[in-house]
Design a protein around this ligand. Structure first.
Ligand SMILES: *Cc1c(COP(=O)(O)O)cnc(C)c1O
Length: 243
């Protein structure tokens, strides 16, 4: 983390611009922008830079690695914002994740669900909100479960006393043209709608965590309620081989 922090004004400006574009996309889709939450993805950025984002009004931060988040939360505080885990969670990091994160977007296996539930019990955490990460691109290398595996994982979660299933998340295959990922966003919404009809989310509306810097506007048009935006807020990440 050897970056020089961007000027605070610049960060404010970028954040304001993203908010403005979120509102414009919502309007185009006939949606209320109040139902869309911006998650500022702060991975690879230093606590100093992240602090500027918090001061500029970021209320929700996304991190993809437990260890890195742990170091930042140590500096910035667990309660200063809501912390979202958006990257794949390894079993041996699950205990720490339960202590650190408000929401986990990347639940992707039956065994991880059972483990998280047990760890919540051990650490006396009553409720852990989770989203299931669905791999709609059928990319072998990507994290997330296939559509076919959804029912079994949902069943497992419903038997976990301390996990609350709040929605679905996806990370579509990268495409330069955001229009090419629109079908993936639409498919995730269809899956969500089918689960809402079955009252799988209880009183919850069923969150759709989808859309990143280059495609969040399309994601919002397709129903995203949680957009995960890094680069458009913090600038380019340094290529340090860890995404
Ligand atoms: C890094 C990351 C993002 C943000 O990507 P940007 O292109 O920088 O906006 C969103 N979601 C996940 C899962 C990520 O790992």
């Amino acid at each position: 983390m050897l970056e020089t922090p961007p000027e605070t004004d610049e960060l404010h400006e970028r954040l304001a611009q993203v908010r403005h574009r979120i509102e414009a996309s919502a309007r185009r889709a006939g949606r209320d922008s109040a139902e869309i939450k911006l998650i500022a993805v702060s991975k690879t950025h230093s606590p100093e830079v992240v602090r500027q984002a918090i001061e500029a009004g970021a209320s929700d931060l996304g991190e993809n690695r437990v260890q890195e988040a742990d170091e930042k939360i140590e500096v910035l505080g667990r309660e200063s914002v809501r912390w979202h885990l958006i990257g794949h969670l390894q079993a041996n990091k699950a205990r720490r994740a339960v202590a650190l994160f408000d929401v986990i977007h990347s639940l992707d296996s039956v065994s991880l669900a059972s483990r998280l539930d047990r760890l919540c019990e051990e650490s006396e955490r009553d409720v852990l909100p989770v989203l299931i990460q669905v791999d709609l691109g059928n990319e072998e290398t990507k994290a997330g479960i296939s559509e076919a595996e959804l029912p079994e994982l949902i069943k497992t979660i419903s038997a976990c006393a301390r996990l609350r299933l709040v929605g679905l998340m996806t990370l579509p295959p990268f495409a330069d043209d955001p229009e090419l990922v629109r079908p993936f966003f639409r498919r995730l919404r269809e899956l969500r709608d089918a689960l809402v009809a079955r009252e799988v989310f209880g009183a919850n509306r069923g969150e759709l965590s989808m859309g990143m810097s280059h495609d969040y506007e399309v994601a919002i048009e397709e129903g995203a309620t949680l957009v995960r935006v890094g680069t458009a807020i913090f600038g380019e990440r340094q290529a340090i081989g860890r995404n």
